[in-house]
Every structure is written in C-alpha cells, then in structure tokens.
Design a protein around this ligand. Structure first.
Ligand SMILES: Nc1ncnc2c1ncn2[C@@H]1O[C@H](COP(=O)(O)OP(=O)(O)OP(=O)(O)O)[C@@H](O)[C@H]1O
Ligand SMILES: [Mg+2]
Length: 374
C-alpha cells in the first residue's frame, strides 16, 4: 500500500487474519501504519525510485491516498507492476475537475460548475447560477476541506483566486448546494466487475471535515436506492478495483448529486469495521487480490462512528483512553498520531438498537478522548 497513514494501518489489521502481508511505502517511520507494519519501505510517493523499490516483489500495489503523481503510476504500470486501482481509475480521485467533467458526460448528476481563472469568471458564474455564495475548489490536492472555499462576494472571490493562482492551483467554481444532508456509498469491486455495495451512510460534516457517520442514513429508501445505483454506475464507468467511496449531496427537495469519489478505503467507511459483516478494509484487500467479496450486511440496526479530532487544548487521547473505554460497548480506534488541533486522531464506533442511544455513547467516548465536554 502506497501511503502509511491510518487507512493503511487499518488495512494492515484486516490483512492479518487472511495471512496477507501488507508492505507499506511510508514517508516517515512514525506514520500510523509504519508504526505497526513489519514490512515498511521509507520513502516518498513522489519519488520514482522509492516507488520502484517498494513495488518490487509486491503482488499488487494499492493505495492509502491519491497523492502519487499520475505519470509515476503510469510508469510503474508500464513496467509490469499490477496497480489496483489502475492509474486511469485513480485519476478520477486525483482531479476533482476531471471527475466533474467526466461524471457529467456519463449522465451522472453533479453540481453546476465551471473552470475559473479570474474573479470576473467567478462573478459571471454567480450571475448565471443563482448568485452568491459560490463554492471555489482546487482541482487537485484538497482534503478535509483544504482546497474548498466559500466565496460570499466578488471581494471574497478575488481573494481566493489571487491566493489560488499564486499557489499554482487550477480552480473551478461550483453552485452552492442547499443541503438536506450528506451521505456516502462504499462499494467494493473486483477486477472482473463483481461488486458489493454497503448501506448508505450519513456523513455529518463540520468545518469541511467529516465528524460523524450514521448508518443506515436516515433517508427515504428510494433515495438510498438511487444513491447506491449511482455508486454502481461510477464503479463500472471508471473500472475501479478495490473500495471506492462516493460522497453525495442530498439537496433540500431530495435531489441527489455526486460530490466526489475516493478510490480507496475512506473515512466514510470506518463504521464498517464493527458495523458490517465485512469491513471496508477487508473487502479492499479481497477486491484488489481478486478474491470473493464479503457481505456488507449491517451487524446492528444502528451504527454510529464519531471521529476523534484533536481539540484546542491539544489533549492526547492516549492519556484519556481508560476513561473512554469505561463507556459501555464502544470500540475505540487510535491511529498512533500525535495530538494537534483539527487533526483526525482516531474514531469511536458504537452499535445498538436505537440511533440516539448509540450516538450518545459514541459522542461521550470521543469527547472523553479529546478531553472536552460532549
Ligand atoms: N457545492 C457545494 N455545495 C455545498 N457544500 C459543499 C459544496 N462543495 C463542498 N461542500 C462542503 O464542503 C465539504 C468538503 O468538500 P469536498 O468534499 O469537495 O472537499 P475535500 O476537502 O476533498 O473533502 P474531504 O477530504 O473531507 O472528503 C463537503 O463535504 C460539503 O460539506
Ligand atoms: Mg469530500
């Protein structure tokens, strides 16, 4: 797995009972997966020699993030390494603008958007698409809300465009969707096309970052079926292998729009570790090795995952762990990262019969971990 973060760490955990050795290409020896993996190559995903050294002897190369440059991935694939997903499928997750354009062409519902190079372009977009605010996004390199700006006025737009151009970013403008809620669909797909889809999960966002997952999402069954169908069309359309997450907007009024995809295990699937028969991490391993996929059926009527995000006080979850574990039935996952405000340090999952009772326990344990009141 290229990348040694928490996704590789949790994939490693899923690989163990299958007897699979997960080699990790990690930038630092103290990355989450490097701390636990027995087979770590230290090096950068932007360094072709490091990628080559890492890939030598791997049966399959897969990914914990989408940051490896496309041309290097093409090179590895050209040298005979098996990359799953393929560089062509990865490109969709690497470039939000490419994704928007291609999904639009596939007939998938996406927010109105246009490439912008100047503040005037953004103002013209606002005039054509219902006015301000307008969302401005970087085509590449964004995550956890970085690379996404909300411009409320022409002045805001001028500032974002100036900063973006100075940083060499390709930008596009997008209509601000009036959200009922955000949901995600995970799908695991084998090279031959066999796939399994997870129940639709609600992704509760704060400050551009996913904070909480609620499964099943509290949405109409017809909306859920539509969302799952969109995920299947995308998976087949781009020929993804492994886990793919599709982030979707449910607009006020019920329209479903595609926000973005990730072609790897994803934060919107952490509840599947205990909350589904087969976790996203296990199904990722099975899919990229072209093995039969596991059931995605829920393990309980209500599953809630709350992310443990570093608080302003900088408290270390490890110090608070015993108190959090005293909350009945919660599953705590810590990623081995040092505490920093706004950093994802872990997550807590709870299962049960009633969603509000389950959420209360998961919230309480997560709040104890970061040392802040729920
Ligand atoms: N067009 C839009 N209308 C309304 N809200 C939006 C729009 N685009 C983005 N957002 C909000 O900003 C959040 C982050 O956007 P996006 O998913 O594009 O960024 P990201 O940084 O790649 O996200 P992450 O890494 O957290 O998945 C969305 O989850 C949503 O809450
Ligand atoms: Mg997102």
């Amino acid at each position: 797995m290229v990348g040694g973060g928490q996704l590789a760490r949790m994939t490693y955990q899923a690989a163990i009972p299958l007897g699979v050795t997960l080699r990790v290409l990690s930038e630092r020896a103290d990355d989450g997966a490097a701390l636990v993996s027995a087979d770590v190559e230290i090096g950068s995903h932007t360094d072709l020699e490091a990628l080559r050294r890492f890939a030598a002897g791997c049966d399959v190369v897969t990914f914990d993030h989408e940051l490896a440059p496309p041309e290097l991935l093409e090179k590895l694939a050209g040298e005979g390494h098996v990359l799953r997903p393929s560089p062509a499928a990865m490109r969709f997750a690497q470039d939000k603008l490419w994704q928007r354009e291609q999904f639009g062409a596939l007939g998938l519902p996406v927010p109105a958007h246009a490439v912008v190079a100047t503040a005037e372009d953004v103002a013209a977009f606002a005039t054509d698409h219902g006015g301000w605010p307008v969302v401005i996004k970087a085509a590449r390199g964004g995550y956890d809300g970085r690379g996404v700006w909300v411009a409320r006025s022409p002045e805001d737009a001028a500032r974002v465009v100036a900063e973006g151009s100075a940083g060499g970013l390709r930008l596009f403008a997008e209509a601000m969707v009036e959200l009922e809620r955000e949901v995600a669909v995970l799908i695991a797909r084998r090279p031959g096309g066999e796939s399994v889809v997870y129940p639709v999960v609600e992704t509760v966002q704060a400050d551009g970052m996913c904070r909480e997952l609620v499964s099943p999402a509290p949405i109409d069954p017809s909306v859920a079926a539509h969302a799952r169908n969109i995920a299947e069309r995308i998976a087949d359309g781009i020929g993804v292998t492994g886990i793919m997450a599709v982030e979707l907007f449910v607009a006020k009024g019920g329209d479903v729009l595609v926000n973005e995809i990730a072609t790897r295990p994803h934060n919107s699937g952490h509840h599947t570790i205990e909350g589904c028969v087969t976790s996203q991490f296990e199904n990722h391993v099975r899919a990229v090795l072209d093995w039969p996929l596991g059931s995605t059926a829920p393990a309980a009527p209500a599953v809630v995952t709350v992310n443990v995000v570093g608080g302003a006080s900088g408290g270390d979850p490890r110090a608070n762990l015993p108190r959090a574990l005293a909350v009945p039935g919660v599953h705590v996952h810590l990623y081995g990262k040092g505490p920093r405000p706004g950093r994802k340090l872990g997550h807590v999952t709870a299962l049960g019969e009633d969603v509000s009772e389950v959420r209360e326990r998961a919230d309480r344990a997560a709040a104890i971990l970061v040392g802040e009141p729920a």
